[in-house]
Unconditional design. Structure first.
Length: 256
């Protein structure tokens, strides 16, 4: 684990996030899937949960049983832990400090995704394809959660690289100073510009005639599958600030 390897991980996760957003944007908003009372007297109403929530709970139970959460990189949105039983355990290397390893901001990711991101990512409309739609929501949520909660690994590396300074700030519980110390504005700028460019490059229609259009200049906004500025904003306003929040929380528990 080094700053280079954690940055490589975050860079590769950008591809996963952009592709998953492109997939979700294939479907209209499909609002009834998110409305707890829509499905009448069905399970959703009994549990006061939306179809999306029920689908994600059930999917996470299957994935938990299959061992997904044996890896500390993966954190479920619903804390229920169905015993892991379908495959033999794998002995993952433990790079995180155990008392801080469960720090996460999944609740904030959940509400940001449904109330802020979905309305600007999708077109209005209802085509009834609720299961495939919320399956693509789950893919987005898992990618965002993995990326943002990876702040734990980033913080671990930064702590090991400068133990003395971090230790005194952690002992003083000085959140603001920790935030300042772990921030690299130059790096954040690179990340935001790169992820916007990925939305442009990955979101184009590919045809056999004509040149491959990869420049930012000759691109027609209307041709992109997702709006690149939405992806820039997603990183600027939520992904990066939440990652840093995870970093600070992790550090505050790093000496427990
Ligand atoms: C992840 C890092 O820590 C911070 C968070 C960043 C991010 O979420 O992309 C970028 C730079 C830092 O301010 C890093 O230094 O790479």
């Amino acid at each position: 684990l080094s700053l280079d390897t954690v940055r490589d991980f975050l860079t590769r996760e950008e591809d996963t996030i952009v592709f998953s957003l492109i997939e979700r944007a294939k479907y209209p908003l499909n609002r009834p899937a998110y409305d707890p009372v829509h499905f009448g007297a069905g399970a959703g109403q009994r549990l006061n949960a939306s179809f999306a929530e029920l689908f994600i709970r059930e999917s996470e139970a299957v994935q938990s049983k299959s061992g997904r959460y044996q890896s500390l990189q993966e954190i479920p949105f619903f804390a229920h832990r169905v015993p892991f039983a379908l495959a033999p355990p794998y002995n993952f290397t433990r790079e995180l400090y155990l008392a801080a390893a469960s720090v996460n901001v999944n609740d904030a990711i959940w509400s940001m995704y449904f109330s802020e991101l979905l309305p600007v990512l999708t077109k209005n409309g209802d085509d009834g394809n609720y299961a495939v739609t919320v399956d693509s929501d789950l893919a987005c949520l898992q990618a965002l959660s993995r990326r943002i909660n990876y702040g734990r690994y980033v913080a671990e590396v930064k702590f090991r690289d400068d133990q003395q300074t971090y230790t005194s700030l952690i002992q003083a519980k000085d959140r603001d100073a920790l935030m300042k110390l772990l921030t690299s504005e130059a790096q954040e700028d690179v990340v935001k510009k790169r992820v916007e460019k990925k939305a442009i490059v990955f979101g184009q229609n590919v045809t056999l005639d004509g040149p491959i259009e990869t420049g930012v200049n000759n691109t027609n906004q209307a041709n992109f599958k997702i709006d690149p500025s939405v992806v820039y904003k997603l990183y600027d306003q939520w992904v990066i600030p939440l990652t840093k929040e995870v970093e600070v929380e992790y550090l505050l528990h790093r000496l427990d």
